[in-house]
Design a protein around this ligand. Structure first.
Ligand code: SAM
Length: 190
């Protein structure tokens, strides 16, 4: 798993945005936050597939998953590693152009390893705009960060009308990471 990651890192360090793939504990915490069973899931920036593997272990079936990865070599690696999973080589800034959900018009979960904090504000806005437009109104975006701060700033959560909560902190990951889940506010009202 490390070799394809390191080669991708050498090809494009800024795009990869991390020095190691997600550790097992982090990948599991992401999958638990997604509660994947029976959901239509889009994973963006899957890298070497640590989170994909955890989603499958937590009850997702290959046909529920769609992966969108910008690095061509990692896309080939993922296609070979996860038979039956739809893997698309493309840019999350054009999600709506490259990804069509298999059934219905929306995904229930978008799960992201994108290095959002490294990205230009304009790119973040473009990506989040598309993420929240392809998500079911009751769906959620799950994102991790290595920062102590939330991966999406308050000005952007306000802009998209979503609310975030930290669902896990993983001190055992290197570096330590937090998992955040973003939903439309009515999902918090019981
Ligand atoms: C931090 S790495 C992913 C780590 C992954 N969880 C793993 O365990 O390997 C971020 C990934 O996002 C991908 N990426 C970055 N920008 C992207 C974009 N605009 N669209 C799609 N993928 C992108 C990178 O190519 C890289 O594979």
């Amino acid at each position: 798993m490390y070799q394809p990651f390191v080669l991708a890192l050498l090809r494009n360090p800024r795009q990869i945005g991390a020095v190691v793939p997600s550790g097992q504990s982090l990948a599991r915490a992401m999958a638990i936050a997604a509660a994947p069973s029976g959901k239509r899931i889009l994973e963006i920036g899957p890298g070497t597939g640590a989170i994909t593997k955890a989603l499958l272990a937590e009850g997702a079936t290959p046909d529920q998953l769609c992966l969108l990865e910008r690095d061509t070599k990692l896309t080939i690696y993922l296609t070979e590693k996860f038979p039956g999973v739809r893997v698309i080589n493309g840019d999350a800034r054009s999600i709506a152009d490259v990804v069509q959900p298999k059934s219905g018009s929306c995904f229930d979960i978008v799960i992201s390893s994108l290095p959002l904090l490294n990205m230009r504000e304009a790119d973040k806005i473009t990506i989040l705009d598309q993420v929240f437009s392809i998500l079911d109104p009751q769906g959620a975006l799950v994102q991790y960060t290595y920062s102590a701060k939330a991966p999406i700033s308050p000005s952007l959560t306000n802009r998209f009308g979503v609310k975030g909560e930290r669902t896990a902190m993983i001190f055992r990951n290197l570096p330590p990471a937090s998992v955040w889940k973003y939903c439309h506010p009515r999902m918090y009202e019981v």
